[in-house]
Write a protein that binds this ligand. Structure first.
Ligand code: AQP
Length: 325
């Protein structure tokens, strides 16, 4: 199988990015042909600081490596370094009705969040994402559930292109994790945990132990005392139980039993400890990798070369079919 996925270099990864997407990537790289990108062209659709973008890109590359992506097993590259992404996105825009882009949930949410920054790039985000995936004829796209709608649109675009110009693209399938497709904010458990939201609600994957403890202990819980998984009635404690389960490998029912006589406070203490121990190797590795800029740049350069070969070959086919070549 060929796999494609990416993350925006908009800040330090959080446990939602890990549990929703990257944890799957690390497994998938063992037996598939994987491409994982740092999608910087997507990052510039929301407010950002140009002086920090290169630093964020390198840091995200270090973070990919720190959590276990192996450049011997997968292709790691920066999206903007393979110009075919932007080229194909333009082409896909010519066969996509405006209404399909306007109804995308992410466009609506991000427009609301940044009312002074509603640019055409934000509207066209799903076209660029479709180009990212279709360029490599990916079979599977491992992402969190918030990206499912974009992958569905990608399938639709691929179908439309193939019908009009001939069979070039593969229709990709979304691959959601069995559990953890949407980790909620620690401060507002009805909202997705997000890099650019309230920092207190977002638990970074490389955070210092003290910070982890503080954030977990001050996580919003629900009324009542019972530690029970019930996302509708008890979204706060359910989110914490899910995180506990995913990091410990224990079933939720087993954790409920373990803490059946315990308080929220005790449960949170235990979760903080679990997270501190589980995340320590990532934190150490990231620190070490950040001192090896040349090594990271070399990995990205090798990745660029490999990705570009595939991308150029697909673009030749696309252009031929469309009469552009
Ligand atoms: N809370 C989450 N739970 C599960 N999966 C998540 N993902 C993001 N948040 C959660 C998944 O992580 C991948 C990368 O996300 P991204 O950075 O490309 O997109 P994003 O949605 O913009 O991520 P953030 O954290 O919400 O960042 P900002 O604040 O910059 O918008 C995707 O597979 C996504 O599903």
């Amino acid at each position: 199988m060929r796999i494609f996925s990416g993350i925006r270099p908009t800040g330090e990864l959080h446990i939602g990015n890990y549990l929703g997407a990257i944890k799957q990537w690390v497994k998938l790289q063992q037996e598939n042909e994987c491409l994982f990108s740092i999608v910087d062209l997507h990052a510039i659709t929301t407010p950002y600081n140009p002086k920090e973008l290169q630093k964020n890109i390198l840091e995200l590359a270090a973070e990919y490596l720190a959590v276990g992506l192996d450049p011997e097993k997968c292709i790691l590259f920066v999206q903007s370094q393979v110009k075919e992404h932007a080229e194909l996105a333009w082409i896909l825009g010519t066969i996509t009705p405006l209404g399909e882009l306007k109804r995308m949930t992410q466009f609506k949410e991000k427009s609301k969040k940044h009312p002074d920054y509603v640019n055409a790039g934000l509207l066209n985000y799903p076209l660029l994402m479709a180009a990212d995936i279709l360029l490599y004829k990916a079979d599977l796209v491992p992402v969190g559930v918030d990206q499912r709608q974009h992958v569905e649109l990608t399938r639709e675009i691929a179908r439309r292109f193939n019908k009009r110009f001939g069979p070039v693209f593969k229709e990709p399938q979304v691959l959601l994790p069995k559990m953890g497709e949407k980790i909620m904010s620690l401060q507002n458990p009805t909202k997705k945990m997000s890099k650019t939201d309230d920092p207190k609600g977002c638990l970074g994957l490389f955070e210092e132990p003290e910070e982890i403890k503080k954030k977990v202990m001050s996580a919003v819980t629900d009324s009542g005392k019972k530690i029970k998984y019930d996302p509708k009635r008890k979204p706060g404690i359910s989110n914490l139980l899910l995180i506990y389960s995913l990091f410990s490998g224990k079933a939720i029912e087993k954790i409920e039993k373990e803490f059946k006589d315990g308080s929220y406070k005790n449960f949170k203490k235990s979760l903080a400890e679990l997270l501190i121990n589980s995340l320590e190797p990532f934190r150490k590795k990231r620190k070490e990798l950040l001192t090896r800029e040349v090594y990271i740049k070399e990995i990205l350069e090798q990745g660029r070369k490999k990705a570009q070969l595939i991308a150029q070959s697909t673009m030749m086919e696309v252009k031929k079919q469309m009469g552009l070549f």
